[in-house]
Write a protein that binds this ligand. Structure first.
Ligand code: PEQ
Ligand code: MG
Length: 300
């Protein structure tokens, strides 16, 4: 089902499919719920991407999943026998690192970043020269106790001026507690990688990054600046990096309040909603407003 600013059209035959394909020269593909569910490649993914490549279409992969770096994603694609270069991939970890660098203008070597999330977040920040703390540090796997936590023993690191929080499948009280200590400091910025409440796996719907970031928002009483889809900073980064003509682009996704909103609000030529991930047939065609404020100011 494809959504533009007009009524949605259901693609039910090859004639409609061909007319749809001919409209665009670039396809922005979401990943989780569109190409794969975790480590399970969805049917015909390889064939569809190969066909679009053979038609000379440009493919860009835009995922809100911050657990892996863009480089790690090229290895995930390769594990499925799909060749993708790092510059085709934009994920919420990279979008968050761009926000830290270009909007917050934090200084590598001076400003340190506390991460709540998996290796992808820290890797993208470190590629930009930032020192990161927290994240996958094994000491955070230990049960939390204010008397013994090594992250409190010598006080918080005074050079930390930003928290970047995303999906962490090793979430625990230790990680939540130390991250909250940094968020209680007025001089520390609060960045969320993405707002997705859930995360599709084969046969299951699991807690997404948003469910963890909103927990930190609730305990700290602060709002994060979310950087993944549907944030327009992410789209602007992609459009300028790939020199895209937005009217010739189609966003392919499985979630209304991130992927479809990203395409519609980003004024792309069109959007294609697939039903292999989060959205199901019932209750379609309304962009839910029930997600936290993005509270990102788009600087001119
Ligand atoms: C679900 C989302 O990934 P995407 O669908 O944007 O690839 C996420 O990993 O939170
Ligand atoms: Mg998805």
């Amino acid at each position: 089902m494809t959504m533009t600013n007009s009524d949605p059209i259901k693609i039910t035959n090859t004639e409609i499919a061909q007319e749809f394909l001919d409209k665009y020269d670039t396809f922005l593909f979401d990943c989780d719920g569109v190409l794969w569910l975790g480590n399970h490649l969805l049917p015909n993914t390889k064939e569809i991407l190969a066909k679009l490549n053979s038609l000379g279409k440009q493919l860009v992969f835009v995922t809100n999943n911050s657990t892996k770096s863009r480089l790690s994603y090229t290895k995930k694609f390769a594990s499925f026998g799909i060749e993708v270069t790092q510059d085709q991939i934009f994920n919420s970890g990279y979008a968050s690192a761009v926000y830290v660098r270009d909007f917050l203008k934090l200084v590598p070597g001076k400003d340190k970043i506390w991460t709540f999330g998996e290796s992808g977040v820290a890797e993208e920040l470190e590629l930009m020269g930032y020192e990161t703390l927290g994240g996958s540090d094994a000491r955070l796997d230990e049960p939390f106790d204010v008397a013994t936590s090594p992250f409190l023993a010598n006080g918080l690191d005074e050079d930390v001026t930003c928290v970047v929080a995303g999906l962490d499948t090793k979430v625990n009280y230790h990680r939540l507690a130390i991250t909250l200590q940094y968020l209680r400091k007025e001089n520390v910025h609060f960045v969320g990688t993405n707002v997705d409440s859930t995360f599709p796996q084969k046969g299951y719907i699991l807690p997404g990054a948003g469910s963890m970031v909103e927990s930190l928002a609730f305990s700290s009483g602060r709002r994060p600046a979310y950087c993944g889809k549907p944030n327009m900073n992410m789209l602007n980064t992609i459009v300028s990096a790939k020199k895209l003509e937005k009217s010739k682009c189609c966003m392919v996704g499985d979630r209304l309040n991130t992927d479809m909103r990203f395409g519609v609000e980003g004024k792309l030529g069109g959007t294609l909603l697939v039903l292999s991930g989060i959205e199901l047939k019932k209750g379609l065609w309304k962009l839910p407003k029930n997600i936290p404020d993005q509270n990102i100011t788009l600087k001119s």
